[in-house]
Design a binder for this molecule. Structure first.
Ligand code: FE2
Length: 407
């Protein structure tokens, strides 16, 4: 975990490096980028040479309340339902320090691999976990904790639904009151489609009442009858919440009729809803009951792109009850997406990589810029371009205001 930084005393140059499709020299001093110029061929006394530079990554969807619990109560079947049951058992025994330690460990993994903005969901059935993650959000603003500030956002997520039990609705509302950044719900976990759509409206109502954003688990099922995404688009449009709404997973769309999916992708684009796909979990949790062929269970990234919709890529689980694997390396879900989503075209792989440092920041605000005058906060990969970075998935060197973070 980071606790120190290497200080490049005066200035440094990164020579002949890939940046946004060009070969450039990047000159840095006083913690800022002084210039980005076409790469020179002359010998250089550069601190670094070659490789590639890009902004820090962002993680739009993970569950830090449950992280690092995968071995504490193993998911013997590897299914979504045993994962939910195991989490329901484990969450009653966690205390604040346990949540903090596990979450901090995973955030350290993220940062070491280039991710400094993280949006976590927290199960609203555990007030303890919610309080611990909100406290950690504040703690991580202090750069001395991990070597640079980490921007954490907390989403109030009712894992087992809202209308399924009066206590669940009460817990959900109470956790939002604690000071979350966004409100979530899980329509396909409700008892009917009408109830699911009702919770979408409740979710937007609660978010609006508190001036918060919306981020829901949307249609994370193989059942093509679930279409809460359409209700989400309608509410986002009606309330003018363009750019403030994230619909996570959206896996039912995988099994929708093509004409319905085409209409939905267009609605997602025109209402400014962002879809976040979680390829690691959904490639193994969806299609699980299928014989052959087994559905991939990912949302339609290529068709969302074609419609002009914004897509993010989440890791979702890092060693938790749903997915025992997980590294907090955002290149891993990206790598899974290019495979399972048939996105191995050159432009597609490049776009998947760029999503990690561009669209993935959207839930938090603007993506960070790499330009003259900006703080020298960036990643440097030894890989020669984004496709090589995806192929190797090796961690970058992480820079923050001209200083390199060190473990
Ligand atoms: Fe999730």
């Amino acid at each position: 975990m980071y606790h120190s930084r290497i200080d490049y005393d005066e200035s440094m140059r990164i020579h002949d490096t890939w940046f946004s499709g060009r070969r450039v020299d990047v000159d840095i001093s006083d913690g800022r980028i002084q210039s980005i110029s076409p790469a020179t061929s002359a010998p250089s006394d550069a601190a670094m040479s070659g490789g590639m530079v890009c902004p820090h990554f962002a993680e739009p969807h993970v569950h830090l309340d449950a992280t690092q619990l995968g071995a504490r109560l193993p998911n013997r079947s590897g299914t979504l339902f045993e994962g939910i049951d195991n989490w329901a058992t484990l969450r009653s025994s966690v205390n604040a320090e346990d949540v903090r330690e596990r979450a901090l460990k995973t955030v350290g993994w993220y940062l070491r691999q280039g991710t400094s903005r993280i949006r976590t969901h927290v199960d609203t059935a555990s007030r303890t976990a919610a309080e611990a993650l909100i406290a950690l959000r504040e703690e991580l603003k202090d750069p001395s904790v991990l070597g640079m500030p980490v921007e954490l956002e907390v989403v109030a997520f009712p894992q087992e639904g809202i209308l399924t039990d009066p206590q669940r609705e009460a817990d959900w509302r109470a956790v939002v009151e604690l000071g979350c950044d966004a409100v979530g719900c899980i329509p396909h976990y409700e008892t009917s489609h009408d109830a699911g759509d009702a919770t979408v409206r409740m979710c937007f109502d609660l978010a609006e009442a508190h001036g918060l954003k919306v981020d829901l688990h949307c249609d994370e099922t193989d059942d093509p009858a679930w279409r809460a995404l359409l209700a989400v688009c309608a509410e986002a449009e009606r309330r003018g919440m363009t750019g403030q709404v994230v619909a996570g997973h959206c896996t039912a769309m995988h099994s929708w009729p093509d004409d319905l999916a085409e209409r939905a992708c267009a609605r997602v684009a025109e209402t400014g809803v962002q879809v976040v796909t979680n390829p690691l979990d959904n490639i193994v949790l969806q299609g699980r009951a299928d014989r052959y062929p087994k559905r991939r269970g990912l949302t339609r990234v290529d068709e969302l792109w074609a419609a002009g919709a914004m897509v993010g890529i989440g890791h979702d689980s890092v060693v938790d009850p749903w997915y025992r694997l997980g590294t907090a390396n955002m290149l891993d879900p990206a790598y899974m997406l290019v495979h399972a989503g048939h996105l191995t075209g050159e432009a597609e792989m490049t776009r998947v990589f760029a999503t990690l440092h561009r669209e993935n920041h959207h839930p938090f605000g603007s993506p960070p810029a790499i330009a003259a005058g900006e703080p020298a906060t960036f990643l440097w990969f030894a890989a020669s371009d984004p496709i090589e970075a995806l192929r190797t998935r090796l961690p970058p060197r992480v820079f923050y205001r001209g200083q390199e973070l060190q473990s």
